[in-house]
Structures are given as C-alpha cells and as structure tokens.
Design a protein around this ligand. Structure first.
Ligand SMILES: [Zn+2]
Length: 138
C-alpha cells in the first residue's frame, strides 16, 4: 500500500466516525470542587460551572436538588447541599446536566439555550446547528 492509499484509507475511516466527535473533547465540564462540612456538602465552584453551562446558578441548584432529592440552597455562589456527597457523586450529576441540558445531541456543541415550553418540558435550542427538540423539565 502506498502512502497516498494509506491516507485515503484513514480519511475514509475518519469520515465514518460519528460526526464532530473530536469537537466534543474541546469542551471540558468543570470538575466539582466540593467539601463536606458537617452534614452538608458544599460545591464551591458553582459559579464556574454555571458560567460554563451559560445557565443561571439557580437553575443548576434546582436540578441538583431534584437529582439528589434533598434541599439545596445557594450562598455566595456556592451550592449548599443537605447531605454528604462525594465529588464523584457531584461530577456524575453535573455531567448528566451538561449532557442533557447544555450539549446539543445533534452536533455536540454547548452553544445552546432553553426555552420553557409546554408543561413539564423545555425546548432545547442549539445556536450552533439550529437543532430544536423537547427535553424534560426538572
Ligand atoms: Zn447543535
């Protein structure tokens, strides 16, 4: 096989890979910076996470409260969670939030916003590719 043929083969292999999978890796979800204090877990970088998601911190607090099924409040840009949770627990929920409510399932880009639509639903609107789909409210 000549060098050219090899390159062509690679091109074809890449063309068959899921679209834009490389761009997905450009976007890094901020890892949770959390501590457990007494009976509470404090997520110290809520503001950074909210900025990255381009969502209000209060929305993320609401989501986390629903996911962990515990009361949550926001104090000085930190998320105060009732209960003891590991950074891993938080990271899982944060990733899930980004995957569902921030990153477009069509083009995998995070340039999106939500519009509230009918009861219990959001319209997810991707500003990168124009995709529009319904997702469950939280
Ligand atoms: Zn998109």
């Amino acid at each position: 096989m000549s060098g050219d043929e090899y390159v062509q083969l690679l091109d074809r292999a890449f063309a068959r890979m899921p679209k834009l999978s490389t761009e997905k890796t450009d976007f890094v979800i901020p890892p949770a910076d959390s501590i457990v204090q007494g009976t509470k877990t404090i997520l110290r970088n809520l503001t950074a996470i909210a900025d990255r998601a381009r969502r209000p911190a209060a929305d993320i607090a609401r989501y986390m409260s629903k996911e962990f099924a515990v009361p949550i409040s926001v104090e000085d840009g930190r998320l105060m969670i009732n209960g003891k949770f590991s950074a891993e627990d938080l990271n899982k929920k944060i990733s899930k939030y980004f995957e569902t409510y921030v990153i477009c399932k069509e083009c995998h880009k995070p340039d999106s916003h939500l519009e509230s639509s009918s009861r219990g639903m959001f319209s997810f609107i991707c500003e990168a590719c124009g995709a529009r789909y319904g997702i469950k409210n939280y």
